[in-house]
Write a protein that binds this ligand. Structure first.
Ligand code: PLP
Length: 396
């Protein structure tokens, strides 16, 4: 890592291809006994090299915007491998998805269904659509990443789903192929995911009784990881929770994991820019990276382990690990124990492969960091650090 940092500088994201393959294999193994497709959720990490790696492993894609559809296409996914999700899709985004013929557009509302129908009829085609259902199930995760409760903006309430599906079945521009649900993210207890599977399986049964032939049930993403070492549902427990209900429908199962596949495979490396230790104040270690590169701790109170690359021997102390931005919330870790720390030391934020760079910003006119992919003994830069020329390119 020292070599990579010497060549590329900091802040720096480094991803391990091997760890992505491992996570993918564990999920595939858990669901091997049932026809399924993994549609990687690009929102977690849409670096094109990471996308190509996942495509080569055989995944499809879950895109959440026109930009993510573009990323999927550039990474070599076929339109028929892409599901298009997202609350608030624009007419332009929908028309593009209809034009290229994605595997399914996950419909969010009656109005969106009508807009897709009109766009498809104007093109003389039938758009493949699935209905995103809001089952009103608490996923027991952080409120900001909970999406499957009545008061969340996502999907159609489950009791409104059956009448809507019947209405959509009569639309000349729509081919209703599935049901979709996504309860939230960083879900540690798989039972709510099982509840969502049962709710959709029940809906699929009543839909079939009403004469509508579906192809798939898409259970979204959400499987969490152990950021702080606390227990979390394994792929095998996830499969055991959802498969009995899905198997009873006989429908193809789609999954949209993001975090599980890439979070543990990524680290964010920062260099110590300064330290402060004044009587009566916390000890601060100030990195050259913070909320502009990784906003999860500030946005979700998320915990990430932080480790020193070369720990120094000596007394340990409690530190506030902070970034360089003009925001008090720019804190990556509270009360973290370290031995002596000196300026220019490297600290590493673990499990930063998901919702890291994709949520980065240019706040304080900071430049987007570089990204490196390590594969076996080799590594390469898969995204260059933004230059000042890049930063100002589009301004008058
Ligand atoms: C519709 C949808 N699918 C999949 C995901 C991926 O979730 P995760 O990264 O938790 O697996 C998300 C993330 O919020 C989502 O909104």
């Amino acid at each position: 890592m020292a070599d990579i940092v010497r060549a590329c500088g900091t802040p720096l994201y480094i991803y391990s291809a091997g760890l992505v393959r491992e996570a993918h294999a564990s999920l595939e193994q858990a669901f091997a006994g049932y026809p399924h497709g993994i549609h990687y959720a690009l929102k977690a990490n849409s670096n094109l090299a990471v996308l190509r790696l996942l495509r080569e492993l055989g995944t499809g894609a879950d895109a959440n915007s026109g930009g993510e559809i573009e990323a999927a296409l550039r990474a070599g996914f076929e339109p028929s491998q892409i599901v298009f999700t997202g609350v608030g899709k624009t007419r332009e985004e929908l028309d593009h998805a209809v034009a290229i013929g994605v595997k399914a557009i996950n419909i969010e509302s009656d109005g969106e269904a009508d807009r897709i129908d009109a766009l498809a009829r104007a093109r003389g085609v039938k758009a493949r659509v699935a209905l995103r259902v809001n089952p009103d199930i608490d996923a027991n995760t952080h409120a900001h990443i909970s999406t499957g409760q009545r008061f969340n903006k996502f999907g159609v309430p489950i009791e409104a789903a059956a009448p809507l599906l019947r209405r959509l079945a009569g639309k000349a521009g729509l081919h209703v192929v599935g049901l979709h649900v996504h309860l939230g993210s960083q879900i540690l207890d798989v039972e709510p995911l099982g509840g969502a599977a049962r709710a959709l399986a029940g809906l699929a049964r009543s839909t079939r009784d009403a004469g509508l032939q579906l192809e798939h049930i898409d259970l979204g993403g959400g499987l969490g990881i152990g950021y702080d070492g606390s227990p979390h549902g394994s792929p095998a427990e996830y499969a055991a929770a959802v498969l009995p209900a899905i198997r009873a429908t006989g429908l193809h199962l789609l999954l949209e994991p993001g975090r599980f596949l890439v979070a543990p495979a990524g680290i964010l490396v920062g260099r110590v820019a300064d330290t402060k230790a004044y009587p009566g104040c916390p000890r601060f270690v100030i990195l050259d990276t913070g909320m502009t590169e990784l906003i999860r701790p500030m946005l979700y109170d998320a915990y990430h382990r932080i480790v020193a690359v070369t720990p120094r021997p000596g007394d340990t102390h409690e530190y506030e690990v902070v970034g360089p931005l003009c925001e008090t919330s720019d804190t990556l870790g509270h009360k973290r124990e370290f031995g002596p720390i000196e300026v220019d030391d490297l600290l590493v934020v673990l499990d930063a492969g998901a919702y890291g760079l994709v949520m980065a910003s240019n706040y304080n006119r900071r430049r987007m960091p570089a990204e490196v992919l390590v594969d076996g003994g080799a590594w390469r830069v898969v995204r260059k650090r933004q230059s000042y020329a890049d930063l100002f390119r589009n301004e008058e």
